[in-house]
Design a protein. Structure first.
Length: 141
């Protein structure tokens, strides 16, 4: 479950709740329920949370409990993460070059291995060595 962010300035929070139009946020963001891994409710909750609304304010607005909003938000964030992992997998399958860096490899050696493999395949790399090192480090966990 995702914890409520806690109290905001009461006067500002009340104004924010009134000012935020979830449907407008979703339209501006290009949300299409038929093409998304998110339900309408999940998208609405995420949009409102990203605008700084508390779960309790969203619950009041939607006529449900804060616990339900928390559950919807947690499911939405899980769906977003799964979608990201799916896209990364699909991109890896389509990649013209694949370089595996074994655990324990000196991170400073990795960019040269990537550049060499890409040169051999005639693929241009648009990342600097520090950018590659960050990407590799991030993916390694």
């Amino acid at each position: 479950m995702v914890a409520d962010d806690g109290p905001a300035d009461a006067a500002d929070a009340a104004d924010d709740v009134e000012d935020v139009d979830a449907a407008e946020l979703l339209e501006r963001a290009g949300f299409d329920a038929d093409e998304s891994v998110l339900t309408d409710r999940q998208a609405e909750v995420l949009a409102l949370r990203e605008r700084g609304l508390r779960q309790s304010d969203i619950a009041d607005r939607l006529g449900t409990s804060r616990a339900n909003v928390s559950s919807v938000e947690a499911s939405a964030r899980d769906n977003v993460e799964r979608a990201r992992e799916t896209v990364a997998f699909a991109e890896a399958l389509a990649a013209p070059v694949r370089v595996e860096i074994d655990a324990g490899t000196d991170l400073y050696d990795a960019p040269k291995r990537v550049y060499d493999a890409c040169d051999e395949a005639g693929v241009k790399v648009n990342q600097t060595a520090p950018d590659l090192m960050k990407t590799i480090g991030d993916r390694a966990g």
